[in-house]
Design a protein around this ligand. Sequence first.
Ligand code: SAM
Length: 639
Amino acid sequence: MSVGTECEPYDLASHLPWSRELGITWNWVDKNEFSRWSGTAHPYIATIMDRFKAPFHRDFVLMIDADVIAIDRFDELFENQNELSGVLAHWSPFAQAHQSTWNRLFSEYGLSKTPFQYEHSGWRAMSNDENARKSPFYINTGVVFGSKGIYERLQQPYFEALEFVRGEMDSYFFEQIALTLAVERASIPVRALPLRFNFPNQPEFEIYNPVELADVRLLHFLRTPIVSRERDFVDFSSVSSLIAREDLAGSNEVLRRRLAKIPFSARDIFGTPIPDGTAAGIRHDILGRVVGIFEARDVFNVGANDEIRNGTGESHPDLVTCFDRLIYLSSASAYQAAIDDLTGYGSPLLVSGFDFAPMLPDPATYFHQPLSRSLEEKGYTAIPLGAYEESVVFIALPPAMGAAARDISTTTLRTAVQIVPEPSLLFEAVVSSRAKLGFFPDHLPRCIEYPWISSNLPQRPALRILDAGAGVSVLPFMLAERGHDVTTIDSHSLIRILETKATWNEWGYLDYGLIDPRIRSFNVPYQDTEDNLALDVVVSVSVIEHVPNSVRKAWIRKAYRQLVSGGALLLTVDTVPFSRQLWNFSEGKQVEDPGVHGTVDDLARDLSETGFVVDSVEHRDWLPLTKIGMARFKAHKPL
Ligand SMILES: C[S@@+](CC[C@H](N)C(=O)[O-])C[C@H]1O[C@@H](n2cnc3c(N)ncnc32)[C@H](O)[C@@H]1O
C-alpha cells in the first residue's frame, strides 16, 4: 500500500496492527517527491506513481485504488497475460477540446496519429457528446492489471510521459493522460476491460450498464453523494451504520451487501478513533469494550437487510453483533425469525432493540416484545450495557458457555443482573472469570462483590493493590487489566494447579502469575506478611468473617501498617441472614462461639479503633438464592 502525505513517515504497521497480520506492507512515498506535486490540481500524484516503481515481486500486478472493493472473483483478468488491462475512463479530461488536445499532446510527444478507438465508459451515462465519445487508450487508473513484464516495460516511459504532461498543463488527470502516452510510446499491448472490472457507484452508469452491474467484480466507490468514502469508513461504527442502511440501491447496495459479509475482527476496531457521545459513539464504545473482554477476533456483524439464515450449523463467531435492525421489523413473525437466527449461532450476541414500548414512537419502528425477554426465551442471559435513543444494547450470553461444574447457572446470573448497580462490570467479571479460571462461582454474592470492589477503587492509575485471601477469583485479573500492580495472598494448603482446573472452586491457593505474569502471589497467612509494603489499596472479598475475631483484629492492624497515608481498605463479608452477625462458618466448620465472633458494628468499630476512617458500611439482610446477607466496608487511612 503506497501512502504519502506532508508529514514525516511513521510506523503504520504498529499504528494499525491488523495490517501486519493481513500481510500489508506500507510504502511511504519520499516526502520531497510527494511535495513536488503540492499546489497542482492533483497533489497525490507521487503516491499513485509509487505503485509503478519496480521491483515487482509477483508475476501479475493488480493496482487498485483504496476506494475499490472486490465484489466477486476476477479470474478472467489472468487470461491475457501480455496486455495492460483497464476500464476506459468515464469521460474525456479535455471536455470540449477533447480531440484537439489529444492530437496536440500526441504530436508534441512525437507520436503519430491519435487512435480514437476506445469508447469512454461514461458514454451516455455522463454525456451524449458524440465528439468526445471515443479516445485513445485512456483508462481509469483505479484498476490497472498487467504482468510483471508489462509493468517493467512501462516504468520508464510512464515517468517520462508524466514529466512531459506536467510541462504542458495542470490537471487532476496528469497520470492517466501520461499513461496513455506511455502506452503508445512503448507500444504496450492493451486490453479495454468491460465495466464490471471497475464499476463506479454512480446511478447513471447502472441505467446504461445493467448487465455489467449484475456481474460486477470490482466496485469503485469514488462518488460520494450517496455512500461517502470520507464519511462512511472513518471507523467501525460508521461502517456498521452504512451496513444497516435500507435506502440504498444499485451499485451502492452491492457495496453494502459486500461489506455486510466481511467478518470484522477486533483488530479493525481498535485501530479506529472513538467518536463522541452520539448513538454511533455509544455503539462504538460498547463494541470496543465487549470485543476486548471476549478477546474476540472473529466478529460477525448482521446488517439491516441481510438474510441471516446462516445462524445455525458450522459458523461460531466469537461474537455476533446486530445493531439497529430489530426495531425496523414490522411484523412479529419477522422479529421472531430474526431472534431465532441471531441466537442460532450459539455465540455471544451484542444486540440493540426496544426493551419497552418507545415513548416517542416513530412510524418506521416497531415494538413487539421486550428484547431481554425474547433473548431469555432462547435460553440466553441478557445483560444491559447501555442505551441510545430508545434502544437498549444487550450482551446476550448463550446458555452453554461455562461447562465447569462450579460455573454460575443461568438462574443465578439472571437474578444478579436484576440487582447489581453496574451490569457491565458483572458481565466483564463473568466472561473474564470463565476465560481465565474456567468458571465464575455459582454464588450470587460474588456477582455483587467484584464489581463493587472494581468501581470503588481510588480513581488513580497504577495503584499498588493487595488482595488478602484471594482464593481463586477473577478479581486480581480485573485489577491487573486496569493497569494496577497486584499482589495476592492466600494461606490455603490446597495448591491449585492448572492441570486440574476443571475441579477448581473459589477456595485454595492459586499462583496467579501462572495465568497472568503481571500478578505476584504468596502462599502465607495474611497476618504474617510484611508491614512496609506502601500499598495504595488492600481488598478482601469474603474472607475476614471466616477467621476468628483475634485474627480479624490482627488483619486490620496489618492492613493499616501496610497502607500509605490516604490508602484505601475495601472489605466484603457474609452475614447471618436478617441479622448483623458476621457469618461464623469456614469450610463447613463453625469458627468460634457466636458471641465472640462479632457483628457488622463490631467490625466497623475495630476499623475505627485501629485508626481507619470508615467511609461507608452497606448491609443487605439477605441475598436471593443464598443463605447469607452481605456487608461492604469502605475505609481509608487518614493523611
Ligand atoms: C471464601 S474464600 C474467598 C476467596 C476469594 N476472595 C473469592 O473472592 O472467591 C476465602 C479464602 O480466604 C483464605 N484465607 C482464610 N484465612 C486466611 C488467612 N489467614 N490468610 C490468608 N488467606 C486466608 C482461604 O484460604 C480462602 O481461599
